[in-house]
Design a binder for this molecule. Structure first.
Ligand code: PNS
Length: 162
């Protein structure tokens, strides 16, 4: 059974992430979408909120599971018997960070392969940070995230000065 982990902060999950997840399910039998702690990020949504957002957005496919983990990604991958880590690549600007993470994860666990998937070009400019910034300024993010998350973003920023 081919098992992959798609790790990230997912704060919140975007249509770009969902595109990568769908592509991954065409290659792998099981995909764990795993919320991890990124020590340099201060999330807007709680882990519980993000987990629910991912579950709501992927519940049409029983080969996708959403989870949270703490600790190292390589250890979590071992606990799931995963052979691969999925990461999305949008633009050249992603490369250095992704390259560093992939090589470090390989150093930590040699047999765990990082697989990069190219997102649909219509999501090249999309990431969670830019979606939050647009939402914070009252902009329309309906093309970038599922409808329920769009509503949650509006609620989060209701009384917020950007
Ligand atoms: O969506 P992000 O924030 O770019 O994802 C980064 C993430 C969460 C995948 C990375 O920070 C991570 O793997 N965190 C878990 C802890 C870990 O294993 N760190 C070493 C990575 S080389």
């Amino acid at each position: 059974m081919k098992i992959a982990i798609y790790p990230g902060s997912f704060d919140p999950i975007t249509n770009g992430h969902l595109d990568i997840i769908e592509r991954a399910t065409n290659i792998f039998d099981k995909v764990f979408v795993a919320i991890a702690q990124n020590i340099v990020k201060d999330p807007l949504f709680t882990v519980e909120e993000r987990l629910q957002q991912i579950k709501d957005s992927t519940n049409h496919n029983k080969n996708i599971e959403a989870e949270y983990f703490s600790g190292l990604l390589v250890d979590y991958a071992s606990s799931k018997k995963a052979q691969s880590i999925i990461r999305g690549l949008r633009a050249v600007s992603d490369f250095e960070y992704e390259f560093q993470m992939a090589l470090m994860n390989r150093k930590l666990r040699e047999d765990l392969e990082t697989v990069f998937l190219m997102s649909n070009e219509k999501y090249t400019y999309l990431n969670s940070t830019i979606v939050k910034e647009i939402a914070c300024h009252g902009g329309d993010v309906s093309n970038f995230v599922p409808a329920k998350i769009e509503k949650q973003l509006r609620q989060k920023f209701e009384n917020n000065d950007c």
